[in-house]
Design a protein around this ligand. Sequence first.
Ligand SMILES: [Zn+2]
Length: 344
Amino acid sequence: MNLAGQQYCIFNEKLDKVTYENRISALRLTHDNYPAILARVQKFHHSHAVRATHNVNCDNSIGDYLVDCKNVLGFEVFGCENVKYVGSSKMAKDSMDMNGFGYYSDHMLESLGSGNSSQICFTACCEFCSEIYYSAWCLHPNHLFGCVGLKHAENAILNTAMSHQEYNELAPKIIDHMRSTGEWGEFFHPSISPFGYNETIGADDQPLDRTTVEKYGWRWYDIPKKERTGEYVVPLDTAEYNPEKVSTEIAAKNIDTLLAGVIQCEKTGEPFRILKEELRFYIKHDLPIPRKHPQARYNERITFMNRKQLRDATCAECHASIQTTYDPAVRRVLCEQCYRKLVY
Ligand SMILES: [Zn+2]
């Protein structure tokens, strides 16, 4: 960790090429040794300093996981310029309050999962659009207001097509009305979201209980328990599915049994299956067959990322003011200059 220009290192110990390759080939990940390896990696990481944010090649930008950005305030942003309050977006300019996608867009406001567009406001999942408002799931349209699921449409309000002149007369009247009711300028209300809050990535960053979600007037989705549709199987060691390590007949029999069976998540009890292509990947890389449901694995993975929340702190070395997504109480957080001195 915190090395630059190094190779053949294990836990920062520099090794010769042969020793490195021998140790790596001897390290076989299994369900038995995984907890100890993970604990050792985490302990090792926590014993080293971290840079305040994971931003690369950014100018005048605030946030985390920013790459090639200029004048940006956001998280997980790549190649954007002059954007504010933005998350998980790429190559957008002159926009704010947006999440997801982006891609060669400009002048987007309060848009979700939209991209390749110009001047779109309060939209969800729209692409290749210009001048559209309060619309969702539309492709290649111009001048839409309150439309859903249209392709190559022009001058439409509530999915009703009209002349450009009629559109220009009616749309401002609707906007005036929405201004009078306080609706104009806000994204679709969460109460009409097709998804419950607990299903969304919002819940990854800001977990809320059902009572709080419903107090806000947002939806909660009772995720139905999946019924088991086959016999439970317990995955064997990956070698048992590899015809190069056991006989072709045994490998084929074990593969058939696993793919036909159902695995019970050892953490949540949820049933799940292994797909053929997935199993091929585990065999190729000699990785242990999962025993946890995909959602349980996802929930564990996101704990390795910092939350999208900046906190004020001071550099552990020079005491300069910094903003970071790490908790300075548990990690030694450095400003960019001190981190560079340490690594380079
Ligand atoms: Zn410093």
